[in-house]
Write a protein that binds this ligand. Structure first.
Ligand SMILES: *[C@@H]1O[C@H](CO)[C@@H](O)[C@H](O)[C@H]1NC(C)=O
Ligand SMILES: *[C@@H]1O[C@H](CO)[C@@H](O)[C@H](O)[C@H]1NC(C)=O
Ligand SMILES: *[C@@H]1O[C@H](CO)[C@@H](O)[C@H](O)[C@H]1NC(C)=O
Ligand SMILES: *[C@@H]1O[C@H](CO)[C@@H](O)[C@H](O)[C@H]1NC(C)=O
Ligand SMILES: *[C@@H]1O[C@H](CO)[C@@H](O)[C@H](O)[C@H]1NC(C)=O
Ligand SMILES: CC(=O)N[C@H]1CO[C@H](CO)[C@@H](O)[C@@H]1O
Ligand SMILES: [Cu+2]
Length: 576
């Protein structure tokens, strides 16, 4: 994909040939160096219990969470920003939304209600496959619980969107109240908007939040930091702002004659954690657990801590890993989740900065600059204190993919990018198929499959599969890639093109902290990544307590939101 310079040049050319008034808008964008870092305290988003108590026992609860347009202060010196926010009331709505704390085995029912106005705060491109309400009035929304193992009717299918107070409903809309079973393994999930063609703008506007499934009987004995004060979700994303505080999004597409607004990737200059740009957090000299959720549209992060403190990974995406893995840096793709413990008692200094060094687009785009290379600051109290938390030698072991599954159904999933005569991306497809083309991935519920994901583009695409979890078996470089690509663009058939003759290059080791069960993985450019996908629980052999074959089914997609919207997404329909 193109770097920023090239985009700027194309922007310049477009400005010459197309009548427009975007110059002024460009001038309005805030230079991030004008914003002082580390002046806002890191918020802990409001926590909402996803269960009730009756006679001292937890029982299911019914929550109502709305989506509201309101103003949000991202930074002390930035005027308040119009955002879309989730909350139990408009006053209580936040960006990110409240953290929902569910209990394993106890259902959480949530009625998601759209209270948004009729006009979007960000550009909306009608030329990509998108939800279209009656007379184009109202903002389509639908909530997906990322990492959730739930029935199709509660999965937030892209076509199950609805506008304010359910006035308009998408073709696959079925119900107002979603039922989250919470029967899966404990871990960190997140909820976010998933409306067809609007995911990137609805998330940019603020529709994201954390969701944690806890299983105290299993997790308490591990001894990890577990109480609210020391177990903190960090929802990280990047945004650019206009001088009036509003969110900046380029109003012009990279291929404006084809898509007036759509851009292949959104990058912002300010790094925002829990709704504050470059916040600070005062910590005690002890262990903290951070559940870091990357809610960026397209920015990858390579995190490290500048005073040498290390991360001890205990989970990734929605699951625990088998053993803790210590690293001094790690890369997080959009929508990936790292679950790490940081021990501030080991700090030799009184403060430390969480930094980012990932090029954008990742891995071969622009280098980070002064603004986006910093994430947040920790101010470490000087008093030493007793810390009753520990990091156990062993965490939780889930059975690995079983050998018998190796004889399982094998699919080839090829990722394509298409460009215009000016060599600018116009759209991206999986297997050369549009989203509307009939489902080709129709696994049997309860089975496991091998998916060979072939990246025929220059980008690293974080692939996300709804319902299923997967283990990455290996990633192999493709040799003689141009020849293979030529064949694929002709036949779109990996077997016919003899993929195995090309899949003989260098193998790249899967990082230790990513060897467990995942729901997103970074598909390296020019590689074939073999994953083992399981369409059943990973912690038990029980079958799903719902009918996964029901309409409207599920989807799988690239989690770079700008790609997903245009339209690196395919239906996933289960069969018996
Ligand atoms: C919660 O909602 C479900 C489904 O809408 C309903 O069946 C149940 O009775 C409700 N429970 C309570 C406590 O309101
Ligand atoms: C809003 O949040 C405050 C503080 O968390 C809480 O006390 C209050 O009950 C909430 N209001 C509503 C209507 O949920
Ligand atoms: C991430 O950053 C660290 C430290 O800045 C560097 O050593 C490492 O190579 C980077 N990793 C990747 C995959 O870019
Ligand atoms: C977050 O995820 C987006 C895409 O899903 C990715 O582009 C970005 O690099 C990730 N950022 C971090 C900090 O992990
Ligand atoms: C499911 O059953 C298989 C075969 O009996 C066994 O190998 C596997 O460990 C079981 N999986 C779980 C999660 O219990
Ligand atoms: C198979 C294929 O086309 N791979 C591409 C993946 O990305 C690299 C760039 O990182 C390209 O050079 C390859 O052509
Ligand atoms: Cu992608």
């Amino acid at each position: 994909m193109v770097g920023k310079e090239k985009l700027v040049m194309i922007y310049f050319l477009i400005n010459i040939v197309v009548v427009n008034f975007a110059w002024a808008e460009e001038d309005e964008v805030i230079n991030p160096s004008e914003l002082e870092m580390f002046v806002d305290e890191l918020p802990d988003m409001p926590r909402i219990k996803g269960f009730n108590f009756a006679h001292d026992s937890p029982v299911p609860t019914n929550l109502t969470i709305g989506m509201y347009q309101k103003l949000w202060k991202f930074h002390r010196d930035l005027p308040a920003t119009p955002v879309f926010a989730y909350g139990t009331t408009k006053e209580n709505a936040t960006v990110p939304g409240p953290t929902i704390e569910a209990l394993h085995g106890i259902h959480t029912h949530i009625k998601w209600i759209n209270y948004l106005p009729s006009k979007h705060i960000l550009p909306w491109d009608p030329t990509i496959p998108t939800a279209t309400p009656h007379k184009r009035k109202g903002i389509p929304t639908v909530v997906h619980l990322h990492g959730g193992v739930d029935e199709p009717q509660s999965d937030g299918h892209s076509g199950a969107w609805f506008t304010a107070r359910f006035k308009d409903r998408g073709p696959s809309w079925t119900r107002k109240t979603y039922n989250y079973h919470n029967l899966q393994h404990p871990g960190t999930l997140w909820y976010h908007d998933h409306a067809m063609g609007l995911t990137r703008v609805n998330l940019l506007a603020g529709l994201v939040g954390a969701y944690v499934i806890r299983q105290p009987s299993l997790e308490r004995p591990l001894g990890l930091p577990y109480d609210e004060e020391f177990d903190r979700p960090l929802v990280v994303f990047d945004r650019s702002f206009n001088k009036d505080g509003s969110i900046y999004m380029d109003p012009k597409g990279n291929n404006p004659t084809i898509h007036p607004q759509w851009q292949p990737e959104y990058f912002g200059d300010a790094i925002v954690v829990n709704g504050k740009a470059w916040p600070y957090m005062t910590v005690r000299r002890r262990r903290y657990r951070f559940r870091i959720i990357n809610a960026s549209n397209a920015r990858f992060f390579n995190f490290s801590i500048d005073n040498g403190l290390k991360f001890v990974h205990v989970g990734s995406d929605s699951t625990y890993i088998e053993k803790p893995v210590t690293t001094s840096s790690f890369v997080l793709a959009p929508s990936e989740i790292a679950d790490v413990v940081v021990d501030f008692s080991k700090s030799k200094s009184k403060s430390a900065i969480l930094t980012n060094s990932a090029a954008y687009p990742y891995p071969s785009g622009d280098q980070v600059n002064a603004a986006n290379s910093k994430v947040m600051k920790f101010i470490i109290k000087s008093e030493h204190e007793a810390d009753s938390s520990t990091i156990p030698k062993k965490l939780i072991k889930y059975p690995p993919p079983s050998l018998s599954a190796m004889g399982a159904l094998t699919r080839h999933i090829a990722l394509y990018e298409y460009t215009s005569p000016i060599d600018e991306p116009t759209h991206l497809y999986i297997n050369g198929l549009s989203y509307e083309a009939p489902a080709t991935e129709t696994p049997k519920v309860g089975t496991t499959e091998i998916w060979n994901v072939i990246n025929l583009t220059e980008d690293n695409h974080p692939l996300h599969i709804h319902l299923g979890l997967f283990v990455v078996l290996d990633q192999t470089e493709l040799v003689d890639v141009d020849k293979f690509k030529e064949c694929m663009s002709k036949y779109n058939d990996a077997i016919k093109c003899g993929v195995h003759k090309y899949a003989v290059g260098r193998k790249t080791e899967v990082p230790a902290h990513e060897k467990g069960w995942k729901n997103v993985f970074k598909m390296m450019p020019g590689h074939i990544t073999k994953i083992h996908v399981r369409f059943s629980y990973i912690h038990s052999n029980e079958s799903y307590p719902f009918d996964a074959t029901a309409e409207p089914g599920y989807v799988y997609h690239c989690h770079i939101l700008d790609h997903e919207d245009n339209a690196m997404m395919r239906p996933l329909k289960f069969t018996h």
